[in-house]
Design a protein around this ligand. Sequence first.
Ligand SMILES: [Zn+2]
Length: 137
Amino acid sequence: MNKNIVAVLSTTILPVDGTYQVVTLQDSDLTEVKNIIEGIPHYIGHPSTKEIVESFGAVVAPTNLFEGLKSGESAICFSIRQGMSSRKTEGKTVDQDITLDMLSIRLITKISAPAWKCAFCGTINYGGYLCGQCGAS
Ligand SMILES: [Zn+2]
């Protein structure tokens, strides 16, 4: 997996607008996941999910606030699989004991959008369809 992983998250937190590619990883990718998240900061507070990612070598991030991905950067998300969360029945997940098979592991990559020059005003834009200067599409 040739990815620039910068964070391990518990949900698909996307604080920055942009185009993202989201891929759910298969169990067969797990060995590789363990290798690539070693030493990567995690932003996970949920106790048993935290235990799992730390057992894979992820380290506690210096801050609780994940500031988002830059173009070309990826994050690995360990979120509780749909239907496995106790949020629905108990209204919270904090005390829930999680095992690895209850987690869905997803790789999120922020796509670097190609730069383009507006035919109307000549402004160089990065991504999107509307010119940031004149609003032409
Ligand atoms: Zn323009």
